[in-house]
Design a protein around this ligand. Structure first.
Ligand SMILES: Cc1cc2nc3c(=O)[nH]c(=O)nc-3n(C[C@H](O)[C@H](O)[C@H](O)COP(=O)(O)OP(=O)(O)OC[C@H]3O[C@@H](n4cnc5c(N)ncnc54)[C@H](O)[C@@H]3O)c2cc1C
Length: 360
């Protein structure tokens, strides 16, 4: 492996690959490392992305949406035309939601390939071990880097290495695949026996669905909750994977010394629904551009924090606030049943998709 670079990006998920693409595009020497042997595998995601139109509505100040989205149509596994929220008693609330499901492994590889096409060097099977100043230790040797981008997910060791906090609340989540045809609507199931403090989902793909659930501090481990959900619905699962979703909003400080945090590492997730692919890419672009402006024009790295906050900070904070309020209701099936009936489809859509910001 090379022994110096302008920018080392740790983590080739949506945040890291997008950051690497934008830093490499302007001619910087970029190294993109990931501990995974095969980028994108194993898949631990619901694999749903909102459409560019919904993203533009939900994140009106986010720059670069038309560059980042829409994605290559070949990556779409099912066009989604709506969603149904199912209450603890089984009442159904339908709402509009356009988007698409993907194969997340192919999607991540596509983003990493885009970075490589711009000149980034991709080094899989390479684990970040630690850093002191510009010296970064990896499982393939040490490397000197001008800027380090922490895109290593919710348990970020890069953030820890520079004393930056991690997301305060990590919600356990689990996912699997179930074969069959499931139409073109997302189904979200609520209730304490299904997914206490969160929801279970069935997201249709081609010939199968992504089925999973995310919860808040469960008394029952998520594999057991998933098994119960699968058997209740007569589903046979394959490819089960569990992980964490940061749901307490962005961390307080996303830049320190020469390190920028992005994506799940920075808490860039819409806490009211747990989605973080699009926000990781939006902030990844800003991190890559900030690293480039710093190294090429001497602009301070602190600009990154200001830029992502003015792009999507208000929406991420609102979604985290809405999630905290919803947690009180999600703790009781009685309150949840009442709240869902009061909100109806449109209100539920506002809470989940727009973090409560769009009004009814
Ligand atoms: C079960 C589940 C379902 C979800 N469903 C959805 C959904 O449907 N839609 C949506 O938008 N979001 C969803 N999310 C959230 C979404 O997956 C994340 O927000 C998104 O992946 C964030 O991208 P990222 O690049 O920041 O991090 P990641 O995609 O987690 O990428 C981090 C990368 O860093 C690498 N890495 C970690 N540590 C090291 C190290 N020490 N050295 C080298 N590499 C390292 C990892 O291997 C990984 O490839 C879900 C999350 C979970 C857990």
């Amino acid at each position: 492996m090379q022994n110096r670079c302008d920018v080392i990006v740790v983590g080739a998920g949506p945040a890291g690959s997008t950051a690497a693409r934008y830093a490499a595009e302007v001619g910087l020497d970029v190294l993109l490392v990931d501990k995974k042997r095969e980028i994108g595998l194993p898949v631990c995601c619901g694999e749903f992305n909102a459409s560019p139109a919904v993203l533009a509505q939900a994140l009106p100040n986010a720059p670069g949406l038309d560059e980042l989205f829409p994605i290559d149509p070949g990556l779409v596994r099912r066009t989604i035309r709506g969603a149904i929220a199912i209450s603890p008693k089984g009442r159904e609330y339908e709402f509009d939601l356009s988007g698409y499901t993907i194969d997340r492994d192919a999607f991540d590889r596509h983003l990493a390939d885009a970075a490589v096409r711009e000149g980034a060097v991709l080094s899989p099977d390479t684990t970040f071990l630690g850093r002191e100043g510009r010296r970064v230790r990896t499982s393939r040797g040490d490397i000197e880097a001008g800027v380090v981008i922490a895109a290593d997910g919710p348990l970020s060791t890069v953030c820890r290495s520079v004393g930056m906090e991690r997301s305060a609340v990590l919600a356990p989540a689990i996912t699997c695949r179930v074969d069959g045809e499931f139409g073109d609507r997302l189904r979200l199931f609520f209730g304490s026996s299904v997914a206490p403090g969160g929801y279970a989902w069935v997201f249709p793909k081609r010939g199968c669905a992504n089925v999973g659930l995310g919860v808040q501090r469960p008394a029952t481990p998520v594999p057991i909750l998933l098994r119960a959900f699968l058997s209740h619905n007569g589903f046979a699962a394959r490819d089960i994977q569990a992980g964490f979703v940061p749901v307490s909003g962005p961390i307080r400080e996303t830049g320190r010394e020469n390190v920028l945090a992005v994506g799940d590492a920075a808490g860039h997730v819409v806490a009211s629904n747990g989605g973080g692919i699009a926000t990781a890419m939006i902030c990844g672009r800003l991190a890559g551009l900030a690293a480039a402006k710093h190294l090429l024009h001497g602009e301070p790295l602190e600009a990154y924090e200001r830029e992502w906050r003015s792009a999507i900070g208000r929406e991420l904070l609102a979604a985290a606030r809405t999630k905290r309020m919803a947690d009180r209701v999600l703790g009781s099936d009685f309150l949840l049943e009442g709240a869902m009936s009061l909100l109806d489809g449109r209100g539920i859509r506002n809470v989940i998709v727009f973090g409560g910001l769009q009004g009814r």
